[in-house]
Design a protein around this ligand. Structure first.
Ligand SMILES: [Zn+2]
Length: 90
């Protein structure tokens, strides 16, 4: 048996500090937290592997969303949206 066990019940395994940190992770990533919260989050992430993993997942997710937003829209989408808007106005 390995030492890696899945979290059976995240609510039990994670304390309220973890809940606070994960609730503010996107603000942390976007640099929108005040300095004390940012420092506390950084310290928590350095000491808490589950939250550090969550941080990495959200960074990855944010990168994927950004990439998807930069990709050109499928051909014909602009025409379909424009036609739909014109139909809604008419
Ligand atoms: Zn944590």
């Amino acid at each position: 048996m390995t030492s890696l066990q899945p979290l059976a019940d995240p609510g039990q395994a994670w304390g309220s500090a973890c809940e606070q940190v994960t609730a503010g992770l996107f603000q942390f990533i976007d640099n929108e937290l005040a300095v004390p919260e940012r420092l506390a989050t950084r310290r928590h992430l350095d000491a808490c592997p589950p939250c550090a993993l969550e941080h990495r997942i959200r960074l990855l997710l944010k990168g994927l969303v950004k990439e998807a937003c930069l990709a050109p829209a499928p051909q014909g989408l602009r025409e379909r949206v424009t036609a739909s808007l014109n139909g809604a106005v008419a």
